[in-house]
Every structure is written in C-alpha cells, then in structure tokens.
Design a protein around this ligand. Structure first.
Ligand SMILES: Cc1cc2nc3c(=O)[nH]c(=O)nc-3n(C[C@H](O)[C@H](O)[C@H](O)COP(=O)(O)OP(=O)(O)OC[C@H]3O[C@@H](n4cnc5c(N)ncnc54)[C@H](O)[C@@H]3O)c2cc1C
Length: 456
C-alpha cells in the first residue's frame, strides 16, 4: 500500500482551508497546510473583519450627529485615521495568532510558502515535496483591475485599510457590494466620495426595490453617484489624480478604488500539468462533492467561484472533511445547500437579504404576493436623520411559503439572520402572521405586514 506524508494537504490558509485543516486534524487525520501570507486569508486580513471594523468606525459620525436630538451637547470629536489603522492592525495580528494556535492545537503542520501541485498526490512548497492521500485547494480570489489608462495609480480593496494619507476625495469604481460598502465607509469617515458605474443601478442581482432604495439612502448620506459612464483615463498630477470619464466629465481625487470584480486564484498552482480543469472564467471546476477532475484533489471557496462568502467556504470545507474522514461523533454527514443563503451588505444603512428577489420569484413561482413597508424608524423621530427603512416579503401563493425577505436599515444583517432560519425551515406567511412581534423594534414589521402591495 502506498504511504503518504499526510492524509490531507491543504493549499491556502483562508476561511475554507483553515476550517478544513482544523476539522480534519480534530478527527485524527495527519494534515499539512501551506499558506504564503498571513493566516486567515481574505476575510480576516483584507475582507469581512477589517471592513466591518471600519464600518463601525464610520457609523460613529452619524451617532454623534444624531445624539443632539436626544439631549447630548457639545462638538463632535474629530476622527484620527492613524488610530483606527493601528488598532485594526493590532486586532488582525491577534486573529492571525488565534488561527495559528487553532491549527497547532489540531495537530496541523503549517508550512509557510507558495504551494504548487506536482502530481495528483504531491505538493511542492519551496524546495520541499509533500505527499498526501488527498489535496484540498482553497486559494481564494483576487481583485481584478481592468486595463484602463492610468490603472497603475488605482488601488483595490486590499489597499483600502492602510491608505496613507486618508483620502479626502475618493472615487469608487464599481457597483457590487464591495464598492458600495467602501463608498459608505469612507463617506462616513469624512471622505468626499463619488461612485461611478457603467450600469444604471448599484448591486446587480439584488431586489430592484433594494437597489433603488439603497442608492437613494446613500445619496442622502453624501455619496455622489455617476451612472451610465466609465473612467476613460487617470492621470497623476501634484494636486491629485485627474479622472476623465467617458461622458466628458473631469474630476480630481486623492484615491481611486477599483472594485469591479474578482478572479479565482487558480494560476501558478500547476493545475494544467496535473490535469485539474478550470472553467472558462478561470475558476477550478468541481463536482457536487467538491472533487476536481483529478479525483484525489478537492477544491472549495472563492477559487471555485460559486458563492463567494466566508460562511459558504466554511460550509463547503466541512462537507469535504465529513466525506473524507466521516462526520463528527454523533452527527450526520453534512451537506451544503445553496438555497436561502442569507447575506448582508454593510452599506450605510445596511442591507440584509435572504431568498429570491421579486423578479427571480416571479420567474420561479406561478403567483406571488409582495408585502412592503417603507418607514422612518422610531429613533429618527428625535435624531433629526432623514434615513428610512425598507422591508419586503415575497410569498409564493401556491404554498404560502415566504420565499424572499429583504431589508434596508440599521443592523439589517442581524435582523435577517434569524428570519433565514425560519425560511430554511419553510415558514409560511401564516406562521409569520401568528408570530408575536417584539415591540418597539424595526424587526416586528416583518411579522405585522397584513396586506400585500402587489398580488399575482
Ligand atoms: C473587501 C472584501 C470584503 C468581504 N466581506 C465579506 C463579508 O462581509 N462577508 C462574507 O461572508 N464574505 C466577505 N468577503 C468574501 C470572503 O472574504 C471570501 O469569500 C472568503 O475569504 C473565501 O475564503 P477562501 O478560503 O475561499 O479564500 P481566502 O480566504 O481568500 O484564502 C485563500 C488563501 O490562500 C492563500 N494562497 C493562495 N494561493 C496560495 C498558494 N499557491 N500557496 C499557498 N497559499 C496560497 C492566500 O494567501 C489566502 O490566504 C469579502 C471579500 C472582500 C475582498
């Protein structure tokens, strides 16, 4: 029988890779993990976590302003960008350490460096070869910057957390969730933000009401949108970056963020030589078991370009571990469903969503009913803010099941997470109606919407 150095070798210590390595180690497997950068991957180092910390920082600006209506007096404190950067870096370093400790604790051997495949059972890191019965590729993705004139002057989301100096004027290119979040965050921190997008609305794929509503709310907070145009060129001059747009406008800013898409980190891994197939878009092809075209090699997370979210990478990793090493004691083998994945966008205000958008629901079901509420939250009766909240429910008339739930408003992600459980369980509108609200909250609106605004 062939013997291997490891039962599982994981390439990439991000969300998916760390989870798979740790769980496999806990089941007694011999696991190696190669990581070329800081442990934790995109989410911990340049994604979810630092972004959410900066979003908290940006929300304080509103809180100071809104406190006056509640009797708080005095000038708002000033913002120190260096303090935020230092404190964030310290926290991320702490998290990097926790990840290393978790892996150590599970007996995983960490190998620092860039890994490439040698054959179906061998990985090379530096000048060392490691053999493994199975290999898991979880190398994530990278921001893509198009070849616009002057692209060497732009930054991607990776660079936003340590910009020096703080950009007083920021241009955000793109309209996906990362673009919108950074526009809101830097606007809240005090930048003058312009967001440019070649389409006519932000957040393609989201519910149309949500898309219009958030653009209107972000505009109220100070983000200036330019739709149906593109950047033609970027020129660096002493007073900043000079932007020409395709419709002939000129604009001078201190930084340009391109958030126009991400590609899978599938190059430089030796995939072709070993026979691991990739899709036309450059992502690793996997079957329902996350197995690549080489049966001993698996792949999860952003490098497979399915749903690019941390909890999805974690879920996929756990399915692979259960398949290879059996489920945890007393538990059933896990499976992964891509239906009703809840998600949040940390714009100001936040978006929380789960299930179908109205147009998807109309395509999918014969008849649907739409329930919608658009109101000023109780807090803003005194705060002076003009912010409004949107809540929307979509119901499949044939089954009465709630198939879409959308919110634009404070802490929408926190609110929607709980409703996502109910929706996974198949909750009907009748169950929503029979649920007692928590008063006074915004969330109670989801269980008190009596009359549809639109039926079939
Ligand atoms: C700005 C931003 C904000 C985000 N916000 C959210 C959010 O709020 N919520 C959410 O759910 N998701 C969010 N995401 C997405 C989330 O970060 C990813 O879906 C998640 O990190 C994917 O995990 P992964 O394991 O596939 O890859 P990653 O976490 O990207 O990990 C891949 C790792 O592999 C390493 N690597 C690559 N190639 C090699 C190699 N050849 N050898 C060794 N190591 C290698 C990389 O250094 C990296 O550490 C955000 C992403 C970005 C960019």
């Amino acid at each position: 029988m062939q013997t291997f150095d490891f039962d599982l070798f994981v390439i990439g210590g991000g969300s998916g890779g760390v989870r798979a390595a740790r769980m496999a180690g806990q089941r007694g497997a011999r696991v190696g993990l190669a990581e070329v950068a800081d442990m934790g991957g995109t989410c911990v180092n340049v994604g979810c976590i630092p972004k959410k910390l900066y979003s908290y920082a940006a929300h304080f600006a509103d809180s100071f302003e809104e406190s006056h209506g509640f009797g708080w007096e005095g000038a708002a404190p000033t913002f120190n960008w260096e303090t935020l950067k230092t404190n964030r870096a310290k926290e991320i370093k702490r998290l990097n350490g926790i990840y290393v400790n978790l892996l150590d604790g599970a007996g995983v051997k960490i190998i620092k460096g860039w890994a490439t495949l040698v054959d179906a059972h061998t990985v090379k890191v530096g000048d060392k070869h490691y053999s493994a019965k199975n290999i898991l590729i979880s190398t994530g993705g990278t921001a893509l910057v198009p070849a616009v004139e002057g692209h060497e002057h732009v930054v991607t989301s990776d660079n936003m957390f340590d910009l020096d100096p703080f950009p007083k004027r920021l241009l955000v290119v793109g309209a996906g969730y990362i673009a919108c979040e950074f526009a809101s965050i830097f606007n809240g921190l005090g930048s003058h933000v312009t967001q440019i997008h070649r389409g006519d609305k932000v957040l393609t794929g989201f519910d149309e009401d949500v898309r219009s509503f958030i653009a209107a709310e972000m505009t109220k907070t100070g983000v200036s949108f330019k739709f149906k145009t593109e950047v033609a060129s970027i020129t660096k001059k002493p007073d900043g970056l000079h932007i020409k747009t395709k419709d002939g406008e000129n604009l001078t800013v201190d930084a340009v963020l391109y958030a126009t898409g991400r590609i899978a980190n599938a190059s430089g891994l030796g995939l072709g030589a070993v026979g691991v197939e990739i899709t036309a878009a450059g992502a690793i092809k996997v079957n329902e078991q996350y197995q690549t075209s080489v049966p001993s090699i698996y792949s999860v997370g952003d490098v497979t370009s399915r749903v690019q979210l941390t909890p999805v990478a974690l879920g996929e990793a756990m399915v692979v571990v259960d398949q290879l090493f059996g489920p945890a004691e007393g538990k059933a083998q896990r499976s992964m469903s891509y239906e009703f994945i809840p998600t949040a966008v940390f714009t100001h205000p936040n978006i929380g969503t789960v299930g179908y958008s109205e147009s998807q629901a109309r395509d999918r079901f014969d008849k649907i009913s739409v329930y919608r509420a658009d109101f000023k939250a109780l807090k803003h009766t005194l705060s002076g803010s003009t912010e409004r909240t949107l809540m929307k429910l979509l119901v499949d008339d044939a089954t009465d099941r709630v198939v879409g739930l959308h919110m634009v408003g404070p802490d929408a992600g926190e609110v929607v997470q709980g409703f996502a459980v109910a929706m996974k369980a198949g909750a009907t509108k009748a169950i929503f109606d029979s649920t007692i609200g928590i008063h006074p909250t915004m969330a109670e609106e989801f269980v008190t919407m009596r009359e549809p605004v639109k039926s079939p």
